[in-house]
Design a protein around this ligand. Structure first.
Ligand SMILES: [Zn+2]
Length: 199
């Protein structure tokens, strides 16, 4: 039996800087929703960052957060089933994360930069992208090479967002308002950047 799988004890490394909190310059410490500490072993959580790149090569996080697995499932549960089904179909038609994982594992390639060098949907190089979102799956103080890490370009996020029902869009807006950006300036920036709970 082959026990290697993205879901069973996958390869792990210390959380790379790119997935640290930009504000604190260190790893995220708590879940954005339930405030649970994230560094004890066996606590699974996700990190999502929306990144904007400037012509001089500098990058900025438009938003960023860590969310524990329980809370992310809870949010997913509150979103309409139809919307989530459309999102799942949208992505499953366009990419095969299992094959990607198998290829990296066969090559024993655990250089995280290679995992986040291209949009997983369009294949475009991150160097060509001005805006994109990056995702990581972590456990305690480690980042896992599960189906993540990956990046998705903003154009794809917009296409996915367009598939959501109005009700789901409202719910995601509420999530953004509550947790990510009460500041009107930030809100303006957030307009085109939505968390999409595709984990
Ligand atoms: Zn939580």
């Amino acid at each position: 039996m082959n026990l290697l799988s993205p879901f069973f004890n996958p390869k792990r490394i210390s959380i790379p800087k790119i997935f640290h909190s930009t504000i604190d310059n260190k790893p995220f410490e708590e879940c954005i929703m339930c405030k649970k500490g994230l560094h004890s072993s066996e606590t699974h959580y996700f990190i999502e960052k929306a990144v904007r790149k400037y012509p001089n090569g500098h990058t900025d996080a438009i938003f960023e957060y860590a969310i524990c697995m329980e809370c992310s499932l809870e949010v997913r549960d509150t979103l309409s089933k139809d919307s989530m089904q459309r999102i799942d179909e949208f992505f499953s038609n366009k990419l095969d994360l299992m094959s990607r994982w198998n290829n990296f594992n066969e090559d024993e390639n655990f250089k995280f930069n290679d995992w986040i060098s291209n949009c997983i949907v369009t294949g475009k190089s991150v160097d060509e992208l001005e805006e994109y979102q990056i995702y990581a799956h972590c456990e305690g103080q480690y980042m896992l090479f599960s189906l993540m890490p990956y990046i998705i370009s903003s154009e794809v996020i917009e296409d996915a967002y367009a598939l959501l029902s109005e009700q789901t869009k409202d719910e995601l807006d509420d999530f953004m308002d509550k947790y990510l950006g009460p500041d009107p300036e930030i809100k303006k920036l957030l307009k085109d950047h939505k968390p999409v709970f595709i984990f």
